[in-house]
Design a protein around this ligand. Structure first.
Ligand SMILES: O=C1O[C@H](COP(=O)(O)O)[C@@H](O)[C@H](O)[C@H]1O
Length: 351
């Protein structure tokens, strides 16, 4: 019997014809899929997050200075979305969103800020209860002219929130108090990373002892030992091939559910994905680099059973489905494609 999960995809709606959010059934036995529902037409729900009980979905609506954050009721069986409400994002171009049972937290890229929204019992969102403005710049005049928060991410124990700022080359570590009426986030420290590298996405090892940071502007991949909100650098490697010439635009990073392999993508002129083995010390050994078979691999996801890796291509308008070799970590193209406009965020949840 097939194991079926829901695959939920957030898209841009301003570059081609898209309703916004698309929900598919996905078989982790075969890699086959079928569309089961879409949202009504909404503006650029490029990033989304689903509540732990799968009853609610929260998305950003990237729209310059007029950006919003939206709440939906979600039926993970039939994929139906029921719009609840929207709130001002309090920062231009929100590009990452996370949630727990109490709050929704958003990274505003162009605005360089973080906003925290309390949840109501019916899943809808209150107005922002905390907005933190990052300040500063970096050495890359075009891309680092001001703060650009690219990701907010819970620590494995959810006691901290990490905020990667591409504009200032810093990871800000915030203590997280989910029950606080206003001051949910309190700055613990700011960690400087390589100048001009542009911190973008990070992930933690399965045992929570290591963190892996992907830097967009130069393709650096930094490995840290992690404990109680503190990061200690262990290794600095790269996703850029030695002979590569062209623009880098590193994008996304994830670890396989068995904890053995780490994958990271590069956009720009590369459009590649690197596979690494995570060794016992938490550091990375390169397995190989392959083409993602499209342009603009903005995000990717690994199915919950670890058999398939799906890459969303923002510019070639399709999700490419790779099979993972569970012994070596190598990817092979299944030839299966999900065609849709400008896919960005891919999330698996129970069906
Ligand atoms: O300038 C912008 O950049 C952010 C981040 O884009 P990314 O492709 O590097 O992830 C984007 O979310 C926003 O729409 C855009 O205005």
């Amino acid at each position: 019997q097939d194991k079926i999960y829901s695959l939920v995809v957030g898209t841009y709606t301003n570059s081609c014809e898209s309703n916004g959010i698309y929900v598919y059934d996905f078989s982790t036995d075969t890699g086959d899929f079928s569309l089961k529902s879409t949202s009504d037409k909404i503006i650029n729900p490029s990033y989304l997050t689903i509540s732990g009980d799968t009853k609610f979905l929260y998305s950003v609506n990237e729209n310059g200075a007029d950006s919003q954050v939206s709440a939906f009721g979600f039926n993970s069986k039939n994929g139906k979305l029921n719009f609840l409400n929207s709130q001002d994002s309090h920062g231009a171009d929100p590009c990452y969103i996370i949630n727990d049972e109490k709050n929704v937290i958003v990274a505003n890229y162009s605005g360089g800020s973080i906003s925290v929204f309390g949840k109501n019992a019916d899943g809808s969102l209150n107005k922002a209860k905390q907005v933190i403005q990052h300040e500063g710049k970096g050495i890359n005049a075009q891309r680092q002219e001001s703060a650009h928060v690219h990701m907010v991410y819970f620590s494995p124990d959810k006691k901290y929130v990490f905020a990667n700022d591409l504009g200032t080359d810093q990871i800000s570590v915030y203590k997280y108090d989910k029950n606080a009426p206003e001051k949910v986030l309190e700055l613990k420290e700011r960690i400087a990373v390589k100048s001009g590298s542009g911190p973008r996405h990070l992930t933690f090892s399965k045992d929570g002892k290591f963190a892996y940071l992907l830097q967009e502007l130069d393709g650096t991949l930094t490995v840290f030992k992690y404990k109680n909100g503190s990061l200690k650098q262990l290794q600095e490697t790269t996703i850029v091939a030695k002979d590569f010439k062209g623009e880098n635009s590193a994008a996304d990073i994830h670890i396989s559910p068995n904890g053995k392999f780490l994958y990271a993508t590069n956009r720009g002129d590369a459009n590649t994905i690197n596979a690494f083995v995570i060794n016992k010390k938490g550091t990375l050994d390169l397995v190989n680099q392959v083409s993602t078979k499209g342009k603009g691999p903005r995000n990717f996801v690994i199915d919950p059973t670890g058999k398939f890796l799906l890459v969303g291509h923002q510019y070639t308008n399709e999700i490419v489905i790779f099979k993972i070799d569970e012994t070596t970590g190598k990817l092979s193209d299944t030839g299966k494609r999900i065609e849709l406009c400008a896919p960005v965020c891919l999330v698996f949840t129970k069906a």
